[in-house]
Design a protein around this ligand. Structure first.
Ligand SMILES: Cc1cc2nc3c(=O)[nH]c(=O)nc-3n(C[C@H](O)[C@H](O)[C@H](O)COP(=O)(O)OP(=O)(O)OC[C@H]3O[C@@H](n4cnc5c(N)ncnc54)[C@H](O)[C@@H]3O)c2cc1C
Length: 490
């Protein structure tokens, strides 16, 4: 059981850029300072926006007074007049469970549907031994425990640009109204309030914003990402390590819509000793890349010309780890070198993604990969959701999905507290949220970490064992069905 930690009295951000607060909607202009809110959420990323949308769309919690503080300009980050040939390089695969949540809170109908891509098949293989596991709902054995009334799902996951998701959540939130949005506004400091003759705020977090405004929170939610200021204020430790790996992302155009045609899309992931390379389908011939590799190789990939970069991505799915190692040492000229090597390598094209023919300008970028887990998600008047609570290796595409599950679970906890007349900020009322999410997230963090380690090994008995394991699971239809059910969020 993780230790419970007390609030530390002051968190202060030392850089205070002067930003204009664009405050929208329904806050009263009362002269009292600070303004009192039931819920103040710091962070308007996918987790924070999902939580607030869920709170506003539920009858039990729709009367709460809510504020959102986001350092970036939420208006600017919206998806506007998007072109069908241009995709953001930050995409996520949403499990059917996450999509269901988004439907339930009314956000999914605001998604630009033409820009999302469900996929039905997944091909995962070992870059050293080539042993492979494939997941395909269309050929999977029926789940042994699926209730008769429920049909087997057909979608493994749905690819969505993160901006498409946040734009939809914002649109739903603004249709519901009732949230005071401070954006672009940074939290400058958080400290505990005090007791006055009128009101006792001595256990309440008081936030000072970059525009000088002051807000008191009955419940302060940290949805403020991996470096969460709210977590720092609450003195909740976050433990873990850096993987010494970067995730290289890019938006790509393939030579065709995929081997199964436009209606049957496949996600591909090949485990290389430096990390997995994954190609996830987007609509039409588009795809998104996540290549986890060493910081040095990530820097090299980012420095290449478009043609050399394309050649490296194609090689990442086709050539041996030894070839790739050599190709990374070349300052340039990968295009010619890969063409020559591919010509001399037997390649079964159908089990790998179609060839990349174009990389969208300015989309090659990289992000450091970390594993972090907060000691607890709750404190007195504090709750953490999303990356503020946990950061996970992207190899199983779970980070954003975990944040969606956090948001749904915290909404249930707050609703139960409202229904039973409890103080929604009390540690006792918040306990069920921690109970529901902590162990589940911890297990997923452990699985992804172990997978990363297992596939980082290049030689020795472990390599043989992991291949045996993959082949064994691949031949057991019902086990694969179960795995797919779990991955789908069922
Ligand atoms: C390469 C890569 C690929 C990934 N692929 C997937 C995938 O396929 N599927 C998946 O589920 N997940 C994926 N993830 C993980 C996913 O992107 C994150 O888990 C998710 O975006 C986190 O959302 P969040 O809302 O918790 O945090 P964030 O998106 O980090 O949002 C935090 C917000 O808080 C704001 N903020 C911070 N400090 C302050 C402050 N002081 N004042 C005001 N505002 C503040 C920030 O501006 C930011 O908008 C991937 C991650 C990486 C790196």
């Amino acid at each position: 059981m993780p230790p419970r930690l007390q609030l530390s009295p002051v968190f202060r951000v030392h850089t205070l850029p002067s930003q204009i607060s664009c405050r929208r909607s329904y806050a009263s202009s009362s002269a009292t300072s600070p303004e009192i809110y039931d819920v103040v959420c710091v962070g308007g990323g996918p987790a924070g926006l999902s939580l607030l949308t869920a709170l506003r769309s539920s009858k039990l919690t729709s009367n709460l007074r809510i504020a959102l503080i986001e350092a970036q300009d939420l208006q600017k980050n919206r998806l506007r007049d998007p072109s069908p040939d241009a995709y953001s390089n930050r995409c996520s695969s949403l499990t059917p469970g996450s999509v269901r949540n988004l439907q339930e809170i009314g956000a999914w109908s605001y998604i630009h549907a033409s820009r999302v891509q469900p996929y039905q098949e997944m091909q995962v293989w070992d870059g050293i031994t080539d042993s492979r596991i494939s997941f395909d709902w269309t050929s999977a054995s029926p789940l042994p425990f699926t209730p008769r009334k429920l049909s087997q799902p057909t979608t493994i996951a749905t690819m969505v640009e993160n901006t498409n998701l946040t734009t939809a959540l914002l649109a739903r939130l603004s249709s519901l109204g009732g949230v005071d949005i401070f954006s672009p506004t940074k939290v400058s400091s958080i400290e505990l309030g005090s007791q006055t003759p009128d009101v006792d705020l001595s256990s309440w977090p008081i936030l000072t914003l970059s525009d000088g405004k002051s807000l008191a929170a009955r419940l302060l939610v940290g949805a403020d990402g991996a470096n969460s200021p709210v977590r720092t204020f609450a003195d909740i430790q976050s433990r873990g390590f850096d993987y010494n790996r970067h995730g290289v992302v890019a938006s790509l155009k393939l030579s065709g819509p995929g081997w199964g045609g436009p209606d049957h899309k496949t996600a591909y992931q090949r485990f290389l000793p430096t990390g997995p390379i994954a190609m996830l389908p987007l609509p039409g011939n588009m795809a998104t890349l996540v290549w986890s590799t060493t910081p040095e190789r990530a820097a090299k990939l980012k420095s290449l010309s478009a043609n050399d970069f394309i050649a490296m991505v194609n090689a990442g799915f086709r050539l041996s780890a030894v070839d790739l190692e050599y190709l990374h040492t070349l300052p340039s000229g990968q295009e010619e070198e890969v063409a020559w090597r591919e010509h001399h390598t037997p390649i079964k094209e159908k089990d790998i993604p179609m060839k990349v023919v174009h990389v969208q300008e300015n989309t090659v970028a990289s992000f450091p990969l970390r594993m972090r887990h907060a000691d607890t998600y709750t404190g007195e008047r504090i709750a953490l959701v999303g990356d503020a609570a946990h950061t996970i290796h992207p190899l199983a595409g779970q980070g954003l999905n975990q944040g969606q599950a956090d948001a749904a679970a915290l909404t249930r906890t707050i609703s139960a507290a409202v229904a039973t007349g409890q103080d929604i900020g009390s540690l006792l009322a918040l306990e069920p949220y921690n109970d529901e999410q902590y162990a589940a997230n911890n297990a997923m963090l452990g699985i992804c970490d172990k997978l990363h380690r297992l596939y980082s090994v290049e030689s020795g008995p472990l390599v043989g064992l992991r291949s045996l394991g993959l082949s064994a699971v691949d031949s057991m239809g019902w086990v694969k069905g179960l795995l797919m059910g779990r991955a789908a969020g069922g």
